[in-house]
Design a binder for this molecule. Structure first.
Ligand SMILES: Cc1cc2nc3c(=O)[nH]c(=O)nc-3n(C[C@H](O)[C@H](O)[C@H](O)COP(=O)(O)OP(=O)(O)OC[C@H]3O[C@@H](n4cnc5c(N)ncnc54)[C@H](O)[C@@H]3O)c2cc1C
Length: 469
């Protein structure tokens, strides 16, 4: 049986980042991935000759290279990735669109402050206080036990509409909890979206994945694709053997898993005494992708990079009661980053809405195909009123469409209930009841592309490399 210093379950962004750290410090490391493509929730594919990204609207935490203390720049240093390799371009601006009230924001945090001052003059002092408290928040407190951010924010901002407008982007981009989030997670998301901002590699997520994979490979890291982990055999409180779905077996001194909390616990044999269903996330999403012959700016929609919209009186972020919840969502225009002369040749509109995992999984093949057709149309209809020229019929310009559902997420990543943000229970120190098994990524508590990469680095530093470098 081959032995490794470190075995990593999953070639998601956190697993790959952890792999780079371990390999950089000379550890013999293997990444075991059940799928044939790396990147996990962040991936890419081609359909009918067209390339699509999965899992990238925007990378959060944008900071200019000069800000050496910024999280993003620290992350790249930890991974020894040269920032210029990513070819990052910034967002134009984004918007929180609620009935009758809009708030714009960009990578210049002053824009949001001035928008709040204009739309909510009686709340601006509280908003500024909130923003400064978030900035000065003690990082050690980020690890504190769960506290309701909804209650915490009321201490700064009293208008429910402004509260909802602040929470909408932060929840959509990073909460595994229904209708609320942890204060620590709120602080992380507020900083990464409102204080820092959005960017993307010019070529999309494939560029980031290629850079990370190249780095891992050059350091001698081993990657085994289509190699799912079937079981983690425990002896004397430690993982003694890793049984693979292809019938093989390996052993490792340390096992890091980015597969998720309930998903990882389900691999442990004999089982740990946890109520696995209670650990499963409840929030999943559907996303439509529409490709147009023309660019959004020719429809008068060239400013918005991301629009977080809510169409009802209060904003709700919870498991959808119907197959898709059209009351709120996220609209992404990949064209509306600062591409300069490298503009995409086609217009792309992506819409993400909350969706009901159980319903989507209950459909047979024909029902599933029909539900996708029906909900694609409904989602496009729901966003029309947000468009500047919404009376115009764009259907003749549509050249390609695609859609994914909670079923797709589950199928490709094995996330239980298709829960992109994983379990509502986060294990911030990464520790499990098994002494050499640790979590990294989403269920360690850092979400999103940058967050999960950071988690991989932090968990590798803490549980594999402590005291090194
Ligand atoms: C549609 C969509 C849009 C998104 N948009 C954004 C965005 O704009 N910005 C942003 O920052 N984030 C976005 N995200 C979120 C971001 O992609 C995730 O938070 C992040 O990629 C999670 O990484 P991870 O490493 O924690 O987990 P994952 O990516 O889930 O990786 C887990 C890996 O483990 C593998 N695995 C599971 N079980 C096993 C097993 N038994 N054996 C072997 N391998 C296994 C899976 O196949 C997977 O590759 C989006 C996600 C989606 C789906």
């Amino acid at each position: 049986m081959e032995h490794y210093d470190v075995a990593i379950i999953g070639a998601g962004m956190s697993g790959l980042s952890a792999g780079i750290r371990c390999a950089h410090f000379g550890r013999k490391v293997v990444i075991l991935e059940q799928h044939n493509a790396p990147g996990g929730l962040n991936s890419f594919y081609a359909k009918d000759g067209r390339k699509y990204d999965v899992g990238l609207h925007a990378m959060t935490n944008f900071a200019p290279p000069s800000e050496r203390r910024a999280i993003f720049n620290k992350l790249l240093r930890q991974l020894r990735i040269d920032r210029s390799e990513l070819n990052l371009i910034e967002q134009r601006s984004s918007r929180i669109a609620f009935p009758g009230t809009d708030l714009r924001f960009s990578n210049d945090e002053a824009l949001l402050e001035s928008e709040v001052a204009q739309a909510f003059p009686h709340q601006i002092d509280g908003f500024k206080r909130l923003s400064e408290t978030v900035r000065g928040f003690d990082d050690r407190e980020l690890e504190a036990p769960y506290r309701s951010a909804r209650v915490w924010v009321e201490g700064f901002v009293s208008d429910p509409l402004l509260q909802d407008m602040i929470f909408c982007p932060l929840m959509y981009y990073g909460s595994a909890v229904e209708d609320d989030m942890d204060v620590g997670q709120f602080v992380v998301m507020f900083r990464s979206i409102f204080h820092e901002g959005f960017a993307r590699p010019v070529d999309g997520i494939r560029r980031l994945i290629r850079v990370v994979l190249d780095r891992y490979r050059k350091l001698g890291g081993i990657r085994k694709m289509k190699t799912g982990v079937r079981r983690l055999r425990i002896e004397s409180g430690k993982v003694s053997r890793i049984e693979l779905e292809n019938g093989g077996e390996i052993s490792a001194s340390v096992v890091l898993s980015c597969a998720g909390l309930p998903e990882t616990y389900a691999l442990i044999q004999p089982p740990v005494s946890e109520d696995l269903p209670s650990l499963q996330g409840r929030l999943s999403f559907a996303e439509t992708i529409a490709v147009y012959r023309s660019l959004p700016e020719t429809w008068g929609w060239g400013d918005d990079t991301i629009v977080f919209f809510n169409r009802s009186e209060r904003f709700h972020y919870r498991d959808a009661s119907d197959a898709v919840d059209l009351a709120s969502g996220v609209l992404c225009f990949p064209n509306n980053f600062e591409f300069g002369d490298r503009a995409l040749s086609e217009g792309v509109v992506r819409v993400t809405c909350l969706a009901n995992h159980d319903l989507w999984r209950s459909y047979d093949e024909a029902e599933y195909a029909e539900a996708k057709r029906v909900w694609f149309e409904r989602i496009q209809g729901a966003i029309l009123p947000l468009m500047p020229e919404f009376t115009r019929d764009f259907s003749s310009e549509l050249v390609a469409t695609d859609m994914f559902t909670p079923k797709t997420v589950h199928r490709f990543t094995r996330r239980s209930r298709g829960a992109i943000y994983g379990s509502p229970t986060k294990i911030k120190d990464g520790k499990t009841p098994v002494s050499n098994l640790f979590l990294c990524g989403t269920d360690q508590g850092y979400l999103g592309i940058v967050g999960s990469m950071l988690s991989g680095v932090v968990m590798a530093n803490e549980h594999v490399l402590k005291g090194v470098g």
